[in-house]
Write a protein that binds this ligand. Structure first.
Ligand code: NAD
Ligand code: UDP
Length: 345
């Protein structure tokens, strides 16, 4: 049920090109689950630019065809519409398992399916790794730490997670997935890589994604109230997408003995209110902040300790928040203008 397999014309976007890979590594067949989503679409683009063959497998629940439309120009880009809760059988050399809704309103909309996606998605991709011998990356999350009592968060911290709250389907699903990855490594010798991703933002997020950066930018551009949940003193540390994707690739390319889990995120911490003020300033918006109730179990603070990634991978983010926000604002500005024109036609 492949819905596209269109031959190459040219590389349409070289933003993420990594020519070193083209020259130093063999071309690999790479599966990206969740490849039509925010992070997945950037990863597919980066891997295609490096000369690899990429299969994007996605059920298009939160992913968008628009995110991968331009990638159809690449040779060896395939899209398979499929749900990771069902077994997958294709020939691959490498797997990135990203399929899972990541925004709280989206993953809470069908919590049982979110849990299935995390657990059965991990099982099905790991089974595929066993059969093909592929190395496999798991998109884990800072939610592993729950509402953390250790700050900043280090990988050795076991976390503070509610097992039956509104966030649990995601947090516990991702924790179970880590367990499966470790057990397949120990039991079947699968080469696994586990990256714990902290809040990441950038182009290709949906305007209705529901996460804080896209909400604030879209509200500011539309001149709507900026919805701060709680008093806005809770903190997050925001990583721009290009930095994160670089981290994925460095982890995947690292020695097989380095499996993680490893924190991947930007360690510069902001309050939600500071983020709102920065978005208002950068958009030049007249929007005002309003207070909405703080969601249940919303983590109070979050900041990655990235010493392990720095030490083992030589990786650290380089894009400051204001720079990343400007790129993201331009993206949404274009998108919202296009949407307005579509409605007017
Ligand atoms: P996203 O919602 O934009 O992308 C998720 C993609 O997975 C979408 O294309 C969606 O259609 C697809 N998908 C969801 N369930 C599926 C299923 N059952 N079968 C097949 N496809 C399915 O989210 P994102 O921000 O790109 O996140 C990608 C991955 O990274 C997720 O696993 C998420 O948990 C993880 N992550 C992201 C962040 C972040 O800040 N962006 C932080 C921590 C972890
Ligand atoms: N948040 C907010 N307004 C919004 C969306 C989110 O104040 O419109 C807050 C949310 O309560 C949380 C932080 O921003 O404290 C980050 O939320 P997000 O959903 O982006 O990610 P997560 O909570 O999973 O880190």
């Amino acid at each position: 049920n492949s819905i596209s397999a269109i031959p190459v014309r040219h590389n349409v976007n070289n933003d993420f090109a990594d020519v070193r890979l083209i020259h130093s590594k063999r071309v690999r067949r790479i599966l990206v689950t969740g490849g039509a989503g925010f992070l997945g679409s950037h990863l597919c683009e980066r891997l295609l630019n490096a000369g690899h063959t990429v299969t994007c497998l996605d059920n298009f629940s939160t992913g968008l065809e628009r995110n991968i439309r331009h990638l159809r120009n690449f040779e060896g880009f395939n899209v398979i519409k499929h749900d990771v809760i069902d077994p997958i059988d294709i020939e691959v050399d490498e797997i990135y398992n990203l399929a899972c809704p990541a925004s709280p309103p989206h993953y809470q909309a069908d919590p049982v399916h979110t849990m299935k996606t995390c657990v059965l998605g991990a099982l099905n991709t790991l089974d595929l790794a066993v059969r093909t011998g592929a190395r496999i990356f798991q998109a884990s999350t800072s939610e592993i730490y729950g509402d953390p009592l250790v700050h900043p968060q280090v990988e050795s911290y076991w976390g503070n997670v509610n097992s039956f709250g509104p966030r649990s389907c995601y947090d516990e699903g991702k924790r179970s997935a880590e367990t499966l990855f470790f057990d397949f490594h120990k039991g079947h010798g699968v080469e696994v890589k586990i990256g714990r991703i902290f809040n990441t933002y950038g182009p290709n997020m949906r305007p209705d994604d529901g996460r804080v950066v896209s909400n604030f930018i879209v509200q500011a551009l539309r001149g709507q109230d900026i919805t701060v949940y709680g008093d806005g003193s809770q903190t997050r540390s925001f990583c721009f997408v290009s930095d994160l994707i670089e981290g994925f690739q460095q982890l995947m390319a690292a020695d097989a003995s380095f499996i993680g889990p490893v924190n991947l995120g930007n360690p510069v911490e902001f309050t939600v209110l500071e983020l709102a003020e920065l978005v208002i300033k950068l958009t030049g918006s007249r929007s005002k902040t309003v207070r909405n109730p703080l969601p249940t179990d919303d983590p109070r603070q979050r900041r990655p300790d990235i010493s392990l990634a720095q030490h083992r991978l030589g990786w650290k983010p380089v894009v400051p928040l204001a720079t990343g926000l400007e790129k993201t604002i331009s993206y949404f500005d274009r998108l919202l203008t296009e949407e307005t024109h579509e409605f007017a036609e």
